[in-house]
Design a protein around this ligand. Structure first.
Ligand code: PLP
Length: 379
């Protein structure tokens, strides 16, 4: 009997979510309204009472954070060369200069020593990603206070992650953004959120999120700063409110499944610990299980591996390409060899299926397929 196809990501969904969406649609209040406000409040409670503004995506939230900070031409932003394209795109679109640094091979988090060495009088922002482990909160604090530089933590992958002291990622630090895309730990279909503290900055983000409109005391409206339209719908919020109820349990299940992966690869000499995320990783919410495959040594292309896995009924993701080696940044002079870990990850990484509805036997099936496909290709 052929086994069902196993995608690499799949959002959790229950009847309560479907009912909440139906109820929202029936209410006729489908765009930003009471449910969006309730969703922001629920997130704020999770983040220790900090301000939360929900938006159409994490990309939107990150863009508005840069605009709120007034970052533009003449400024520099320090960012990892290994993260999603959004990092490079938003820096470029802001007019600022991207100053890339390398990442750790296993946690894939930005190297703070390199970031510190890259600071210049023009540095306006550090833009690190919570990748295969929560970023070090002490390193974030030190960087911010020592350099008097703002930080925007890209926590798109990290909704549900916690620091060693139990606080949620997002409950501390400076500006933090999350994604609720269906591949993330919880979804609102599309959606994202910005977490911040300052009331004036929150008001600016709120204005920018909705056309730059400012309500006047006399009931008229004015625009001082050109805004855009990234407001969050009540239908998405209805999904998010239900998803939030499951988030911690889903992340706990993700952790169990990750443990099964470590067990599954423990005796596979092709998958060494160096190829895997950190195993002792408290608080990590395991949005992805990434593996570096010894493809060059086996003479196997990644495409051949992905195609063979697809034939075995297993979906494989790729996260991520190296941002400095995109055509966009090559044109600015970036080259191979500048950020070896980011480049090796870009060449060798695959993302294996990981979502809460998976069974332990699914992980065993993936590990067996990886091992079989690599050995078959190597033969
Ligand atoms: C690390 C990272 N940051 C940001 C984003 C952007 O998220 P969104 O799709 O909600 O805009 C993604 C999306 O996959 C991501 O992987």
């Amino acid at each position: 009997m052929t086994q069902p196809f196993l995608p690499f990501a799949r959002p959790g969904m229950d009847e309560a979510t479907i009912a909440a969406v139906a109820e929202t649609l029936r209410s006729r209040w489908i765009v930003t309204g009471p449910r969006a406000a309730a969703f922001e409040k629920a997130l704020s409670e999770r983040f220790g009472g900090r301000s939360v503004r929900a938006m159409t995506s994490a990309t939107a939230a990150m863009q508005l954070a840069l605009e709120m900070l007034g970052i533009g031409a003449g400024d520099e932003i320090i960012a990892p060369a290994q993260s999603f394209f959004v990092t490079g795109n938003l820096i470029e679109r802001s007019g600022a200069k991207a100053v890339f640094v390398d990442v750790d091979l296993r946690s894939r988090n930005l190297d703070f020593a390199q970031a510190q060495a890259a600071v210049s009088p023009k540095t306006k922002l550090l833009l690190p990603t919570h990748y295969n482990a929560p970023l070090d909160p002490a390193a974030l604090d030190t960087f911010r206070t020592k350099n008097k530089v703002r930080i925007l933590e890209d926590a798109a992958l990290a909704i549900g992650s916690r620091y060693p002291d139990g606080r949620a990622v997002g409950a501390s630090g400076d500006l933090v953004t999350f994604s609720f895309h269906p591949n993330k730990n919880m979804t609102t279909i599309e959606g994202g959120a910005l977490v911040l503290d300052d009331a004036k900055e929150t008001a600016t983000v709120e204005e920018l999120r909705f056309h730059g409109i400012r309500r006047q005391a006399d009931g008229t409206r004015d625009v001082e700063r050109a805004g855009t339209k990234y407001n969050f719908s009540d239908v998405s919020a209805a999904v998010g409110l239900e998803q939030l109820k499951h988030l911690d349990a889903w992340c706990a299940r993700r952790e169990q499944l990750a443990k099964r992966y470590f067990e599954g690869f423990a005796n596979d000499d092709l998958i060494t610990p160096e190829c895997l995320p950190p195993e002792n990783n408290p608080g990590h919410s395991w949005n992805m299980f990434t593996v570096l495959l010894p493809l060059p040594a086996l003479g196997v292309t990644r495409k051949a591996f992905v195609d063979a896995m697809q034939k075995e009924g297993i979906g494989i993701g790729i996260s991520y390409e190296a941002i400095h080696l995109t055509s966009l940044f090559r044109k600015k002079g970036f080259r191979e060899g500048q950020f070896p870990n980011s480049e090796r990850i870009a060449r060798e990484t695959v993302t294996l299926p990981l979502f809460p509805e998976m069974q332990d036997s699914d992980v065993e099936r993936v590990c067996a397929s990886v091992s079989r496909v690599l050995r078959r290709k190597a033969a």
